[in-house]
Design a protein around this ligand. Structure first.
Ligand SMILES: Nc1ncnc2c1ncn2[C@@H]1O[C@H](COP(=O)(O)OP(=O)(O)OP(=O)(O)O)[C@@H](O)[C@H]1O
Ligand SMILES: [Mg+2]
Length: 301
């Protein structure tokens, strides 16, 4: 970790740097995140807004260690969570982060009480203790009359409030919420957001809330806009890694960088005032090159 990053890691709850995610669908590649940078303060309620497909869910999945980025880091409380082992990453998901998704994360066959107990039981808490905390949480959020109800017997707003209690069950330090009001009417959405705001204020919980609804975003103290895999207003120089040039002038360009820059086997080198620009060799240029050099059409590497 660079010194700069280390001091940021000490100061902030979450630091996201150079985060990049490339999905492969068959031979097609989708670049969902193109180098995202931001920090989240301890106890902050941050909203991230952006159009459909801009990379919001992808970003939350990386922060929640549900998936690994192609490049870049996510630092949580000073630790790089993109380098955790399988076991550590499971522990992180179970104890440190809480998730709430758009469609709710409740188990259909279980009551509200049992749903909230579930993560605590999985983390090894005794039944009686889990039950007590589940009841307290649900009561705290005005759901004391719904303890024995199953998800299909409750309204959308009630389901999402139970889902928030599920996410809070193991007292996480960070709550990740993905479009949790997406399927609710305005009034119900406000109620759910008030619940989130209370969790933020009363438990000092750090929250990252993703939404495409500007009205919902306003509950946060800060709003970041993401578009096409980049935070708006950030001009990002992708992947600032250091490569060495060997005695023969060879340089190793990491695979992720080659993919992002669209580089294949042959490239064009241009010396600019900023340094060396390495560009993909386009088809037209390739034809011109081979016309100029009739003996060198075949690639020899
Ligand atoms: N598992 C996957 N495989 C391939 N491509 C994916 C995968 N998940 C997401 N993508 C692509 O990555 C891009 C970002 O997707 P993401 O789900 O992060 O967007 P989003 O901002 O959450 O959108 P929405 O508001 O619709 O939920 C999209 O182009 C999407 O098609
Ligand atoms: Mg999404």
């Amino acid at each position: 970790m660079s010194e700069d990053l280390e001091s940021l890691a000490r100061e902030y709850k979450v630091v996201v740097r150079d985060l990049m995610k490339v999905y492969r669908r068959g031979t097609q590649e989708v670049i969902a995140l193109r180098g995202v940078d931001f920090e989240v303060e301890r106890g902050e309620l941050l909203s991230i807004v952006g159009p459909s497909g801009s990379g919001k869910t992808t970003l939350l999945r990386m922060i929640g260690a549900l998936d690994r980025p192609t490049a870049g880091v996510v630092i949580f409380e000073g630790a790089n969570i993109t380098q955790l082992s399988e076991e550590q990453s499971m522990d992180y998901r179970r104890r440190r982060v809480g998730f709430v998704w758009q469609t709710g994360n409740l188990v259909p066959g279980l009551t509200a009480l049992e749903n909230v107990m579930l993560p605590m039981r999985l983390a090894g808490k005794k039944r009686g203790e889990a039950k007590r905390r589940a009841r307290d949480l649900l009561t705290d959020f005005g759901l004391e009359a719904r303890l024995r109800h199953r998800p299909h017997q409750m309204s959308g707003g009630e389901n999402q409030r139970v889902a928030i209690c599920v996410a809070l069950a193991n007292s996480p330090d960070l709550l990740l919420a993905d479009e949790i009001t997406g399927e609710l009417d305005t009034e119900t959405a406000d109620m759910v957001m008030e619940t989130l705001k209370r969790a933020n204020k009363e438990y000092g919980l750090t929250i990252i809330n993703v939404t495409h609804n500007p009205r919902v975003a306003r509950y946060a103290s800060r709003v970041l806009r993401i578009r096409d895999g980049l935070i708006e207003g950030q001009r990002h120089v992708l992947y600032g890694d250091i490569s060495e040039i060997d005695a023969k002038g060879r340089i190793v360009i990491p695979e992720a960088v080659r993919r992002l820059a669209g580089l294949q086997k042959r490239v064009v080198l241009q010396v600019t005032s900023e340094g060396l620009l390495v560009k993909p060799l386009r088809v037209a240029e390739a034809e011109r090159v081979s016309e100029d050099q009739p003996g060198e059409e075949t690639e020899n590497n």
